[in-house]
Design a protein around this ligand. Structure first.
Ligand code: APR
Length: 235
């Protein structure tokens, strides 16, 4: 009996209990910054120093953060399921918790990319990326992030994974940003779907969604226990 596949779409909410700001909550990042000024190609052209500063501040938090009970619960699922995580988050907390398959739709904050050759991607071991930090071809490095208005190169891969979901879980996202928010529509209708979020958005367009109006740290562990208890016995 091959293992069933669980696809998990995560957003900023799963990292909230690790001390990383969300975007649209009360003290979310977009309450204090206009994303057009710090997270768009136009912002980069206009004031690359401000954009670098914005991501440096967030990257510093990610270096200081630890995975929380929500991240760890998803790792436990791997005991009996093929777990594919599709995250909108740019932190590496899923990987550091131990998840084996993680796709970052919106990029990775601990990486920098050449502005002249996008195939040149560098791991950052320190929180600060500065003006003057250059790629091997001599061009300024930029955050390896998908900015507003830029294409989402990993989305076709995410669609193929969502299409094969036996179970689908959404955690900690306001479902505001496309194409990520539309992923659920590629999941087979018959697949059980769960939405873990203390303030879930209305998802009237999606039928058969079980809403668990709790934080990731409190809502995911019991859901994972439930799914492990009904998993097919491993051959
Ligand atoms: N546990 C689970 N969910 C939480 C928690 C928590 N402890 N705290 C807050 N949330 C929920 C909020 O209720 C909200 O639904 O997390 C969600 C956060 O929503 P957003 O701040 O909009 O974050 P997200 O949905 O990930 O944003 C998507 O928008 O700005 C872009 O690229 C950015 O990837 C981001 C995208």
């Amino acid at each position: 009996m091959s293992r069933k596949t669980i696809v998990v779409l995560t957003g900023a909410g799963i990292s909230a209990e690790s001390g990383i700001s969300t975007f649209r909550d009360n003290n979310g990042l977009w309450r204090n910054y206009r994303f057009e000024e710090v997270a768009s190609p136009e912002a980069w052209k206009r004031d690359p120093g401000l954009v670098l500063e914005f991501y440096n501040m967030r990257r510093k938090k990610v270096f200081e953060a630890e995975p929380n009970e929500g991240h760890k619960a998803l790792v436990r699922l791997e005991k009996a399921y093929n777990v594919q995580i599709i995250t909108q988050n740019v932190d590496d907390l899923h990987e550091r918790a131990g998840s084996s398959h993680v796709i970052h739709l919106h990029g990775e904050i601990k990486k920098a990319r050449s502005t002249v050759d996008p195939s040149l991607i560098y791991k950052l071991n320190h929180w600060e990326l500065k003006l003057g930090d250059k790629c091997e071809k001599g061009s300024q490095l930029r955050p390896h992030i998908v900015w507003f208005g830029e294409p989402v190169p990993e989305f076709p891969k995410a669609i193929n994974i969502a299409r094969k979901a036996d179970i689908f879980i959404i955690v900690g996202t306001s479902l505001n940003v496309y194409p990520a928010a539309g992923l659920i529509h590629y999941v087979p209708t018959a697949a059980p779907k769960y939405y873990v979020d203390p303030a879930p958005q209305s998802t009237s367009t999606v039928c058969g969604l079980e809403i668990i109006a709790k934080t990731a740290g409190r809502g995911l562990p019991p859901l994972v226990d439930r799914l492990l208890s009904v998993a097919d016995p491993q051959t």
